[in-house]
Write a protein that binds this ligand. Sequence first.
Ligand code: TA6
Length: 289
Amino acid sequence: MNNPDCVSSVRIEAGPGKLPVVVVENALCRCTVALHGAHVLSYAPRGGRELFFLSEKSDFADRLPIRGGVPVCWPWFSAHPEHPEWPKHGFARLTAWELTEVKHLADGSDQLTLVLPDAACGKCGLKPMLKVTAGALLSVDLTTVNASSAPVSFSAALHSYYAVGAISQIRVEGLAGKRFIDTLDNTMHEQAGAILFDRETDRIYPDSAEECVIVDPRFGRRIRVSKRGSRSTVVWNPWIAKSKAMPDFGDEEYHRMVCVETANVRDDARTLAPGEEHTLGFTVAVETL
Ligand code: TA6
């Protein structure tokens, strides 16, 4: 690895739960990434407000997921189709990744490369690598390589939790006219206009490669999420009852977050031939309203 000490804007320190956290502090932004799960915990452009929600009740411990930021759901999303007893959203978010490279780029941003150790990948045949590029914009790119000698299918999501001023006042634009699966009752619908929130919302928009925009009047900002290699978008807010049922999430925290996830799930799962690779990624730009 390029020693992060060689890049003066990047250092590793003990974070919540004493988990090692990579701290990027350059002229353009501040961003933190836990090695546990290669999990982006926070990002704020210089002089700007924090982009991500992170629960005050989150666990920060080996084998447990972090609630907030950008969990990496890989190599399956939700319950495993054949092994419902396996961990929900895959194993990548439950264990430590390695920081293998740190680069200071010409535009002033810093780029981190993290890989999941082979032992953690087990026999799945796939190897993931996450690049986080933190500057005036934030980019997160998850590359999956099929290192086996047979085709392998996988699904994945960059399960971003965005901080919002008030869930009932925001709207998510960019998916009007798209079909979606309401995963609360497994019914299909068509999105009319922007997405508004007044109840538990858990939806998969298949075949949606388009940019999504979170318009947040209370925070006076527009969060523009553009995607790469992603055919699905997942939109989630747990609302009242589910918030109360989650031990690692505050009862009232649903007011302050929305998940808009860059994903390939269900019929949008990818199959890689031996040696083939695929990158799923997004870039976030924050604009003033
Ligand atoms: O992405 C939406 C979702 O799959 C929801 O169904 C939901 O409960 C959530 O992710 C959080 O999952 P988790 O396993 O982190 O509690």
